[in-house]
Write a protein that binds this ligand. Structure first.
Ligand code: HEM
Length: 438
């Protein structure tokens, strides 16, 4: 790490401010930070599938007892609780399910597919699992903070964080685990900054976020993590009530009266942002780097023509479709899809991966081609629940991949690709570790 970037005493390595009134763990010393990757979160190792072939073949969700589909007719699957929702994977069908108001995102309705281990307590996943009008009210309190323009204003800060992490990686390596040194800490630092939570707490929330979205852990573990996060954010909210800052939670609090939002709803929104905003990003950065290192001529092309980064990120979103099996709905009326009728009360799992690999919409879908026009992909979802953080995610991905390729011209995998394990027991696919050298 360059001298100018060394952490000042009492400061996190990237000098994110500590939110007012919040308990702070002692910052790690500058000496322990320079030249060292952030410590690994002490969680149980994830199981997964070895990476082979196309993104489809890389992610059979074996333990979830169903498999991501290539585009095809709607089919039924059996979930661990014995229920038999539909899996929908054609582009047109996916867009219908995600935009037709006869499909509900309310996980309290009977028939809603249960994928994750966490039992569906009302409001727990905030507006992600709500329908209008409450979905509209809650989402609206955040939209102004995630516009393209607002996200672009964060670019310099994302660049600064990226440079700091790459400096540390250069000093400590090679080799390095790219997930541990880069893919995970970058989005964690950014979301901590946005929410105003101390980065020192990231091992705690990484572990609990992972448990909250896991499909293969005991319910009690998922519930214990949910409780822990509940207490953490309750404490945070109390601190913001006492002393507001310039973070997202304080900005939502400022609208609390006008929008008639309860404290519990704000806590749930903060938790949703934290869970949605760092794990998915980390997996997407990891999978993108893996893709580029497996196609070195593509990485070289992006190094030579950085203007290709933006379309490349869009194409990676389509090609990788890292969100797998997380998108669920229940029909509130009988609805005809192209080749079947989903009856009222039946659950639906939407395969974004299938839609993004539908050859009728994206020719040669199994080929990663940064020169194609992948507009219309559904990697960030579609309809009223489309990802609120997508503009920020694009900034993070462009900065992360651009910075990494520039800084390490000789970057390559330090393991045979087939040995890299993709965790597929979660709702988002990503590498457990990504050994690289340069
Ligand atoms: C590459 C990274 C990301 C991917 C692939 C991704 C993907 C998605 C997808 C597919 C949905 C739709 C869920 C549904 O229809 O049920 C979604 C929703 C959401 N995402 Fe993201 N996301 C990413 C990054 C982020 C970030 C950085 C944030 C926050 C800072 C975020 C916050 C959210 C929230 C709050 C929702 C719920 C929106 C709603 O229900 O109205 N995401 N995301």
């Amino acid at each position: 790490m360059s001298a100018s970037r060394r952490a000042r005493p009492g400061c996190t390595p990237f000098c994110f401010r500590t939110p007012p009134g919040l308990r702070v763990r002692p910052a790690r010393s500058a000496a322990s930070l320079s030249g060292a990757c952030p410590p690994r979160t002490p969680t149980a190792p994830r199981t997964g599938t070895r990476s082979e072939g196309t993104p489809m073949a890389e992610s059979p969700l074996t333990a979830a007892r169903f498999t991501p589909r290539l585009p095809g007719p709607a089919t039924r699957v059996t979930l661990p609780d014995g229920s038999r929702p539909w899996v929908v994977s054609r582009y047109a069908d996916v867009r219908t399910v995600l935009s037709d108001p006869r499909f509900s995102a309310d996980d309290q309705r009977p028939g809603f597919p249960r994928i994750i281990s966490l039992p569906p307590a009302p409001g727990w996943l905030s507006f992600l699992r709500m329908d209008p009008p409450r979905h509209t009210v809650l989402r609206r309190t955040l939209t102004a903070h995630f516009t393209v323009r607002r996200s672009e204003t964060l670019r310099p800060e994302v660049e600064r964080v990226t440079d700091g992490l790459l400096d540390a990686m250069a000093e400590s390596g090679p080799p390095a685990d790219l997930v541990e040194c880069f893919a995970l800490p970058l989005p964690s630092l950014v979301i901590c900054r946005l929410l105003g939570v101390p980065y020192e707490d990231h091992p705690m929330f990484q572990e609990h976020s992972r448990n909250i979205t896991a499909t293969d852990i005991p319910q009690e573990t998922a519930l214990a993590s949910a409780d822990r996060m509940e207490r953490y954010f309750a404490e945070l909210l109390a601190a913001r009530h006492a002393r507001p800052g310039d973070d997202l939670i304080s900005l939502v609090l400022a609208q609390q009266k006008a929008a008639a939002v309860t404290d519990e709803e704000i806590i749930a929104m903060a938790r949703l942002m934290l869970v949605a905003g760092h794990g998915t990003m980390a997996d997407m950065i990891g999978m993108s780097v893996l893709t580029l290192l497996r196609e070195p001529e593509r990485a070289e092309e992006l190094r030579a023509a950085p203007e290709l980064l933006r379309p490349a990120v869009e194409e990676l979103m389509r090609y990788l479709s890292v969100v797998r099996n997380a998108i669920t709905r229940v029909a509130t009326a009988d609805v005809r899809l192209s080749d079947t009728v989903v009856a009222a009360g039946e659950g639906v799992i939407v395969e974004l991966c299938g839609a993004n690999h539908d050859g009728e919409v994206f020719p040669e879908p199994g080929r990663f081609d940064p020169h194609r026009d992948p507009r219309g992909h559904v990697g960030f979802g579609y309809g009223i629940h489309q990802c609120i953080g997508q503009a920020l995610a694009r900034v993070e991905l462009q900065v992360a991949l651009g910075g990494l390729l520039r800084r390490f011209p000789g970057l390559r995998l330090a393991a045979v690709p087939e040995e890299i394990v993709i965790h597929d027991q979660a709702v988002v696919a990503g590498p457990n570790t990504l050994p690289v050298t340069w």
